[in-house]
Write a protein that binds this ligand. Sequence first.
Ligand SMILES: NC(=O)N[C@@H](CC(=O)O)C(=O)O
Ligand SMILES: [Zn+2]
Ligand SMILES: [Zn+2]
Length: 441
Amino acid sequence: MTGTPATAWLLRAVAPLGGERADLLLAGGRIVETGPPGTLSATDTGARVLDADGLYALPGFVDLHTHLREPGREDAETVESGTRAAALGGYTTVFAMANTNPVADTAGVVEQVWRLGRDAGHCDVRPVGAVTEGLAGRKLAELGAMASSAAAVRVFSDDGHCVSDPLLMRRALEYVKAFDGVIAQHAEEPRLTEGAQMNEGACSARLGMAGWPAVAEEAVIARDALLAGHVGSRLHICHVSTAGSVELIRWAKSKGWRVTAEVTPHHLLLTDELAATYDPVYKVNPPLRTAEDVAALRAGLADGTIDAVATDHAPHAPQDKDTEWSAARPGMLGLQTALSIVIDAMVATGLLDWAGVVDRMALAPARIGGLPDVPVDARSSMDVGAAATLTLVDPEARWVVDPSGFASRSRNSPYRGMTMPGQVRATFLAGRPTVLDGKVV
Ligand SMILES: NC(=O)N[C@@H](CC(=O)O)C(=O)O
Ligand SMILES: [Zn+2]
Ligand SMILES: [Zn+2]
């Protein structure tokens, strides 16, 4: 493990949501004492002091959807570099997607990723297991062996690919019920997206690019919601991107089915008009959609139809990304900009308050991913006895995105040069700082 040895920390004058400023004393991985600013003493406990005046103390963010690229594409990202980026973004847990090489479809591979995360020490890494062997969509992977491995996998996904065979999807949903697992579906009917380059609509028609229609996503969501309802299992929809998908998820929830969903920061902010630049940094799967879709996704996240924000952090090496549009891999970086985009799209617009941000970025994803010890709400996450797994955020800070300074090994951020609201100043993982003063410890 890297970082400082276990020691107590006194956070001076943090601004807990909805409450008064307070000192927080962290020891043994928990919040052990709180009191009005200046009242707790560091000398009794030998605690190190962090001046957190005016910073929000929030529970550490949880990303349900991160591509760490290890094993196999360590030139694009490693568990170490990706979790560094995560800590800088205020994350304390990331779920590492299975589309590595080799694919994370056995107990051996998920345990390897889990150990790499533990050894790097920046963030808890929870491996996602593949649903099908080699992501090939033909035969179920060893779901039970991954679940009972040291990595204790609870989330399974063929992300990058859709589990398009309805019978395999049904079997996977049934299988994970035994250990309260969840299938996270990349909803894309592959026959409807062959050769697709961008969202199908007015822009694709104008640019003459092959379109990826909303129905390719929505048809799979409808089918899988029905299947999840039928077998009573947990289904999670990855990177929801269309207004129609939001409606379908609202419908599925109204039936009482166990369906949850995530939206990415980029789908909350960017639109398909950006494809007119032909800059492949805007190429992503599912594609950027229309302004109407963006509005529906924001409304769905605000009213809880969409449960969580997930980054879909998808680093790509220059030879795979800095090419002509049609040859470029889809995907964008997300971990170091997620909070700022959510502030911009949701808080600054009045759609979500900070307690809502905490729910969508920390508590809801933790519940969906099956993490232990999830606080019931933002307020109780700062109570004595709660885990000292925190991010300290300066809500007033402004910063300019410079991907060359990112911790990620890749540079494919669509936000280069943009001025962002809100900045992570410190992150604590079970009482130990992983980020201080905006830098990795
Ligand atoms: N989102 C992307 O455009 N790409 C992801 C795969 C995925 O999330 O579907 C990747 O692994 O690069
Ligand atoms: Zn995907
Ligand atoms: Zn993904």
